[in-house]
Write a protein that binds this ligand. Structure first.
Ligand code: ZN
Length: 417
């Protein structure tokens, strides 16, 4: 398959407000739209191309991962961009789960192959490099896990300082890993996290990565990295999948991929968008509820701590709802037991994923019974992160461990069933 898109220069990008549509030159505007702010409103800024993709021009892509797509991403200084090798993760066919469910072309996208073992590296590569290109030397984030580690790593690589704000109860392994990259770590009450993040972000020398302030403000750069999900999957399959499933907290990964699929369609690389499917825990299913009720603004649900920790979010982004509707997709959820069983099924496939990353597999049975599901098209599950970081919290119902102090004892265990 030829996958050609015209390269774009930085001049081809602007920040545009999703509410009042005012456009701004690209810069470190992390507090939302200034025009909306004058009337006391919050306007979410988004990076948009100002000229269409040219499907005829560009073919000389080199490198791998994000480095392969620099011409298609809003990057200020391509020469200085430091990806740490993010992206370019494998897409592998299922051997077992697809057969069980009667989905012959079921694929897993292995995001644990990213430099810090999660899909957040696509987000942080974009936002940390943007911060540095704007002259910042300090980045701050509030996170319970994968995002914190990614920010710590990219700060180190880009010779920046990082401050990571985590709640009490964050596993010691997470703190150790962030510390290993020389991040400063603030452990606070859960409710204090966003206030601490906002205070830091108000200092002129700190750049916030990820969410801050109330919904929906975040820096506009990170989500752009998720466009590469679409570019990679279209290249790997040679076509658009029929459906693509994401574990979702706010749904930024899904939304960024949607923008990437729009690029692919505009470039003529695919004929139609895949159905984008959000998967969430049953009691943290803001997307499923909002879609079912026909809401344009995502509903906020009571807090719930799922075994799928990274997706235990009370509210999704409105952008994710738009992307799901525009692609003919759906929001699904799974019970705690279904999520854990799905993680075990992935272990049978030789895959150790974070519990949250098992959500797409947990929701596959529901998807396969849904209206319009085409089981003869490729179905892609985005497995967002590796499970190695979370093994302390993984439940093993029957650990197969034995102790042997003599070779005879060892032999008895060896021969036991
Ligand atoms: Zn505005």
């Amino acid at each position: 398959m030829q996958f050609e898109m015209m390269s774009t220069s930085q001049m081809d990008w602007r920040l545009r407000c999703q509410t009042c549509h005012t456009a701004y030159d690209v810069g470190p505007m992390v507090r939302g739209c200034p025009n909306c702010a004058t009337s006391g409103k919050i306007g979410l800024l988004e990076l948009v191309r100002t000229s269409p993709l040219n499907p005829d021009g560009f073919t000389k892509r080199v490198g791998r991962g994000l480095d392969r797509w620099l011409d298609f991403l809003p990057i200020q200084d391509k020469g200085a961009f430091l990806s740490l090798g993010a992206g370019g993760t494998a897409l592998i066919p299922s051997r077992i789960i697809g057969k069980r469910l009667g989905i012959p072309q079921l694929y897993f996208k292995l995001e644990q192959q990213n430099p810090t073992a999660s899909f957040k590296d696509r987000f942080v590569a974009m936002s940390a490099n943007a911060a540095r290109s704007f002259g910042f030397r300090k980045i701050v984030v509030s996170s319970t896990g994968n995002l914190a580690i990614s920010v710590a790593a990219y700060a180190a690589a880009l010779e920046m300082e990082s401050m990571v704000i985590v709640p009490h109860g964050t596993p010691p392994g997470i703190l150790a890993e962030a510390s290993f990259y020389n991040a400063r770590i603030a452990v606070t009450e859960r409710d204090l996290r966003f206030a601490a993040l906002e205070m830091t972000a108000q200092r002129p020398d700190w750049f916030p990565i990820g969410l801050f302030l109330a919904k929906p403000i975040q820096n506009a750069f990170g989500v752009e990295g998720y466009r590469t999900f679409a570019y990679e999957v279209v290249e790997q399959l040679g076509e658009a999948p029929g459906a693509m499933l994401f574990p979702c907290a706010r749904g930024n990964g899904l939304y960024g991929a949607y923008k990437g699929f729009l690029d692919c369609k505009e470039a003529g690389a695919i004929a139609a968008l895949p159905r984008l499917v959000a998967t969430q825990p049953e009691k943290a299913n803001s997307i499923e509820v909002s879609i079912a009720r026909g809401y344009n603004c995502a509903v906020e649900l009571p807090p719930f701590q799922s075994v799928a920790k990274s997706t235990s979010e009370t509210v999704s982004s409105d952008n994710a709802l738009d992307a799901i509707r525009a692609s003919g997709g759906v929001g699904l959820s799974a019970s705690e037991g279904e999520i854990q069983n799905a993680a075990s099924s992935l272990a049978e496939e030789g895959l150790n994923v974070e519990t949250s990353s098992a959500l797409p597999v947990a929701c596959l049975p529901k998807l396969s019974r849904a209206d319009g599901f085409d089981r003869d098209r490729p179905v892609v599950c985005i497995l967002t992160a590796g499970g190695q970081r979370w093994m302390d919290q993984t439940k093993h119902t029957s650990p197969r461990v034995f102790e042997a102090s003599t070779i005879a004892e060892f032999e008895r265990a060896l021969d036991a069933k």
